[in-house]
Design a protein around this ligand. Sequence first.
Ligand code: SF4
Length: 392
Amino acid sequence: MPTKENLAWQYYRDFHLYAGDLYPNQYNYIDCLRLAEKTFEIKRLAAEKKSHILVHYYLRPEFHEIAEKLGDSLALSKYMREVQAERVDFQAVFFMGATAKIIAGNNTRVFVGDSPKVLGCSLVSGTDHQWISAWKRENPDGILITYINSDTYTKSISNFISTSRNTDKIIAHVARKFPGQKILFLPDKFLGQVMKIRALRLLEQERIKIDPDLIEIYKQPFGGFNACCYVHEKLGRDSILVTMAEHPNAEVMIHPECGCASFCMYQIEQNIIPADKAFFLSTEQMLRRAETSPAKEFIVATEPGMLYALRKRLPNKIFIPVSATAHCDFMKGNTLDKLLRSLREDRLEIVICKNCADCVDPKTPYEDDRVIHIPKVIADNARLGIEPMLSI
Ligand code: SF4
């Protein structure tokens, strides 16, 4: 283990080298020394409490440095299932911690750094439950496919849960298995549009024809959001075209939640963007692609936190963000101070309650400054969709 001073210098060097454009003027040596001191304390407490610290790629660089496991939401969920830890401090947004708790059940105590409001998500706040209920009334046999980036209640009323890696296959599977039935995908319209086109292609290859109107993509604006990730929404067609014009030799890695996703897909189909140059990838797949691709330069269309992981893992390759400023304020609501508080004071813990009287409305379960409930009935129903997703 290095000294605090050595660690501070390492942070100072790496944060400037790999993330100077993403967090300009945010890490001077004194900042790095404080972060190094907190790192030491976090590691000590995590060892004492037998906690595994799981970190999402979109968090600040100091979190990448303390992570026992760094990953996207699916990779972190799979890790949870494998590791069977006594305790996990889940450093991401709340719905991801809730998914982890549902997977782990009572075998693992799961802690998050702040309330669901602070560690929120525009896809969660932008889900109109009344609209979904009305859709279900109108389409009693309709099938709900919900993206993993969603609240627990919506997962619990869904027929299938999907990820950015398999939504197209799940839509195609449902269309094949339940011919003629209406399908609703939610809550991300950009990812949904791309995945619908891909699912139709998969079915065409099998010579299965279906009415495209049977696959509905949720587009309902709600709560000040536009049925999408507000961060990826900013990565629109102009920003990607400008970045591509500036870096004509770069390979392009696009997260399917991006505002530019369906435009890029159309451009690829028309051969305007060569198909061997642009790829729709989850954050985890971006890392794999960058490792195995012969390309030296990559345009990255996702939250800039990912750039630190890519640059640090592959220092001989060049990674260019479509936007260096499109940070997710919900992810960045995590701080080392909040993690320290969690470890010292054992809060905030996600608890699966026995459908307690305080959780009458499952959409707004009980929470205070120590615990956040998930009613058991909601957790059990959500698990039915989450478990198969983990094995795909
Ligand atoms: S990056 Fe987008 S999808 Fe992810 S937590 Fe933030 S708002 Fe939600």
